[in-house]
Write a protein that binds this ligand. Structure first.
Ligand SMILES: [Cu+2]
Length: 182
C-alpha cells in the first residue's frame, strides 16, 4: 500500500504538523528539565523491611532527622506512616545540597513540597532518595500526595529553610555508610 496516494486535506495536514510540533515541544521541555534543571523521575532502587523499620539502623527513631555526615554531606532521614511524617519539624540550610531519604512504615505514601522540585513516592519495602537544593529560605509544608487512608488530609510536616549562615548543624553527627540490614 502506498501512503502517498492517500488524500489528506491540506487543513488536516496543517493540524497534523501542529500536533507533532506540540508533542516535540513537550519532549524538549522534559529533556531541558532533566538535563539542565535537575528535575528527574526518582530512580533509587534500594530495599528495606518496612515492618521492621524501628529495628533497622538507619530508620530507627533516634536516627531520624537532619544529620551531617563526617564528610560534611547533609542527609535527612524521615519515615512516613499513617498519618504523619517523622520527624514533624526539620530545619535545613538554603542553597545547600541536601539528600532526603524516605521509608514508609505501612502503606504507599508520597511526599511533595510545593514550589520546589521535591516530590517522590514512598513505596513500602523501598528507600526513596531525593537530592535537592532549596534556593530560598522560608517555611515550606511537606505534604503526602498519595491517598493513604482517612487521615491522609492531615498528613504533613514542616520544613524551615534558613539562610546558610544562620543554620546550625544538629549536635549529633553520624558516620556515613550505615547499612539497613540490622
Ligand atoms: Cu497520605
Amino acid at each position: 500500500m502506498n501512503f502517498e496516494n492517500i488524500h489528506i486535506d491540506p487543513l488536516e495536514k496543517k493540524w497534523i504538523y501542529v500536533s507533532l510540533a506540540i508533542a516535540g515541544l513537550f519532549v524538549s521541555i522534559l529533556l531541558i528539565d532533566s538535563l539542565f534543571h535537575g528535575i528527574d523521575a526518582p530512580s533509587n532502587v534500594e530495599t528495606i523491611d518496612s515492618a521492621r523499620l524501628h529495628l533497622s539502623k538507619e530508620f530507627a527513631e533516634d536516627n531520624l532527622g537532619v544529620q551531617v555526615d563526617t564528610n560534611g554531606d547533609i542527609t535527612i532521614r524521615m519515615v512516613a506512616g499513617r498519618y504523619t511524617f517523622f520527624p514533624k519539624h526539620i530545619t535545613v540550610p538554603a542553597d545547600t545540597r541536601l539528600t532526603f531519604r524516605w521509608a514508609s512504615m505501612d502503606v504507599l505514601h508520597g511526599v511533595h513540597m510545593p514550589m520546589t522540585n521535591m516530590s517522590t513516592m514512598i513505596v513500602p519495602g523501598y528507600v526513596s532518595e531525593v537530592t535537592t537544593i532549596f534556593p530560598k529560605p522560608g517555611k515550606y509544608p511537606l505534604l503526602c500526595n498519595e491517598y493513604c487512608g482517612l487521615g491522609h488530609d492531615h498528613m504533613w510536616s514542616n520544613v524551615v529553610v534558613v539562610a546558610k549562615e544562620h543554620w546550625q548543624a544538629p549536635a549529633k553527627t553520624q558516620p556515613a555508610g550505615d547499612t539497613n540490614d540490622g
